[in-house]
Design a protein around this ligand. Sequence first.
Ligand SMILES: Nc1nc2c(ncn2[C@@H]2O[C@H](COP(=O)(O)OP(=O)(O)O)[C@@H](O)[C@H]2O)c(=O)[nH]1
Ligand SMILES: [Mg+2]
Length: 266
Amino acid sequence: MWYPGHMAKASRQLSKLIRLVDGVIELLDARAPLASRSYSKASFGAKKRLIFLGKSDIADAKTTELWKEHFQSEGENVFVFDKDTDRKKVIDFLAKHTDKGSLLVVVGVPNVGKSTLINKLKGKRSAQVGATPGITRSLQWFSVEGLFRVLDTPGLLLPELWSVELGAKLLLIGSLSVEMVDEKTMQQAYQIYARFASLEEQDLNAFLEKYALKKGMLSKGGTPDLERARVNFFNWIAQGKLGRVSFETPQEVDQDKGDSVSSAQS
Ligand SMILES: Nc1nc2c(ncn2[C@@H]2O[C@H](COP(=O)(O)OP(=O)(O)O)[C@@H](O)[C@H]2O)c(=O)[nH]1
Ligand SMILES: [Mg+2]
């Protein structure tokens, strides 16, 4: 199994990173902030935390606003953005919430946009750079306008809890791929998507058949190529190409604390 091994390695690397820094930028997917935050926050210790809700361009705008309020009501500092957000806005937020010269690390689950954010902060002009002593030569930081510093290496976090509901949401945001999940998880992902995107069809395979025909994805015999349709469909959802859709709301979480993610904790 790829999962436990990766997880152990990732968590060892992460605790090394965290020890070095003054603050942590927790990058979450605005479409499923809790699912993309289902990792242990214990390793962050007392480090300053800033929540970044990313990919807001492909999330439902109203739901993102509710999530922002939800996290703020828990005392968090929240920044909503996407890959096209003005670099200066991002820098202003970080400068406002960190001490001058602070060293920060961007952490998050696979594909949440860590590298994209780091590249945005780096900017086009070559930033002042330095290496953090001791740990590894490749661990470098760059200075952003002399205001704060950012590690060039993102902290990879893998979801700690495992449930069909969580796997389904991680598939929808592209942190897991179709090959990594089972049929049940795909079905659940479809149910969630269908509910939020207001689709009438209730069964994934029935939907995929129509989808394959519509897109002209046919097997040799002229029958719908469900395999191809499935990969294509979930990729396009993850990339937001089928529209702006969020996959969880704060109301749901408040209503049913015993549901999905939290019940997997026991
Ligand atoms: N629509 C959209 N896509 C984004 C955004 N940020 C990153 N992506 C895309 O998400 C994918 C993963 O981004 P990447 O930065 O490599 O994620 P990482 O694995 O966390 O480093 C890439 O295809 C990016 O182009 C965003 O704000 N909006
Ligand atoms: Mg990356």
